[in-house]
Design a protein around this ligand. Structure first.
Ligand SMILES: [Zn+2]
Length: 342
């Protein structure tokens, strides 16, 4: 998903020795309703997820805020109930990590980092992240991926090493490998399913595109940083060759979700979301930890003036724009609730 600042949404699909014990067979895909050849039964998938969940929690600690965990879980559960696979139990965990990331394990284990939560600007965007990950679970992408065997070698070596090292880097490496393995086709399907689940619970499915724009802005910001510092801009193997709002396929699948939109619409709840993440840990730099705080913009406030109070070392105004979904040129409007860092 997100290497450096911008890996694409990541579905961790680590294989463990469970796989060696599994038998092959046919099962019905919950999304397509078609029979397909997969290596894992549902029960095997769930127990594999449960085992991997323990490993993930060794590497990524849950964020220590019960109210925030309950809030994210509540949103996630409401989406999962309306998914194609509401017969399994879902688990949503905010992990205490500054990277900008979300990922899903087989069997319904879904994670979002505090780093990504800081950059989201509404409850509907949070729902977009979670519903995309639910989409990977409902379409059984990891099970199908593994059936194709593309990850087998990478994962087998990881499992071998993990017995000894078990380092976080290892998990990250697997994560990157998984994303390359997933590719655009599965990512687009997860976006499509995510948009549909958003619509079913009443959120505007367009929030799926907004979330992708949040990630795209991260990419553009690191290009901006590189240029400012005279470095070669990073090249991404990622999914965003064009701007998300210009991506026709994405527009199509998200637009199609409107046809299943619930008549009980839910607002994006920007203010409610921002209040929930007020106080969230935020890394000003790798070593310096701050917190997200909210201010109401006054007439004459600019991101440059707000940045002077924020104390983010370099390019602070641009960083604040990025944080508030207004990179590269936005300015706060008087009366608008704005995230700053303290
Ligand atoms: Zn994804």
């Amino acid at each position: 998903m997100i290497s450096m600042n911008v890996r694409r949404w990541l579905t961790l699909s680590i294989m463990t020795s469970y796989l060696l014990l599994t038998t092959t067979g046919c099962s019905v895909n919950p999304v397509s309703g078609k029979k397909e050849f997969v290596m894992m039964s549902e029960q095997q998938e769930i127990s594999m997820g449960a085992g991997l969940h323990k490993q993930v929690l060794k590497q990524y600690k849950p964020y220590n805020n019960a109210a925030l965990q309950a809030y994210v879980n509540g949103i996630g559960q409401s989406l999962a109930r309306h998914s194609h696979r509401n017969n399994i139990r879902y688990h949503f965990t905010v992990v205490d990590d500054p990277s900008i990331n979300a990922f899903a394990l087989p069997g319904g284990y879904i994670y979002i980092t505090r780093g990504l939560m800081a950059y989201l600007n509404s409850e509907a965007e949070l729902a977009g992240v979670l519903s995309h990950e639910i989409g990977h679970v409902t379409a059984r992408h990891s099970a199908r991926q593994q059936t194709r065997g593309t990850l087998t070698n990478v994962l087998a070596s990881v499992i071998a090493k993990q017995a000894g090292a078990g380092s976080r880097q290892l998990i990250n490496n697997v994560a990157v490998a998984s994303v390359r393995g997933f590719g655009r086709k599965h990512e687009l399907q997860a976006d499509q399913l995510g948009a549909e689940y958003l619509a079913r619970v009443g959120y505007d499915p367009h929030n799926m595109i907004k979330v992708i724009e949040v990630l795209k802005a991260q990419e553009e910001f690191s290009t901006f940083l590189a240029r400012s510092e005279g470095r070669q801009p990073p090249s991404y193997h990622g999914t965003f060759s064009t701007h998300p709002s210009n991506d026709k396929r994405l527009q199509q699948v998200v637009g199609a979700a409107n046809s299943v939109r619930s008549s009980r619409t839910r607002p994006d709840n920007r203010r409610g979301y921002l209040n929930r993440i007020s106080g969230l840990k935020y890394n000003k730099t790798k070593k310096s930890l701050g917190q997200i705080r909210l201010v109401t913009a006054r007439p004459g406030d600019t991101f440059a003036s707000l940045a002077r109070r924020s104390g983010i070392p370099k390019y602070a105004a641009q960083k604040l724009r990025l944080l508030n979904g207004m990179f590269p040129k936005g300015e706060p409007r008087p009366g608008q609730l704005i995230k700053v860092v303290q």
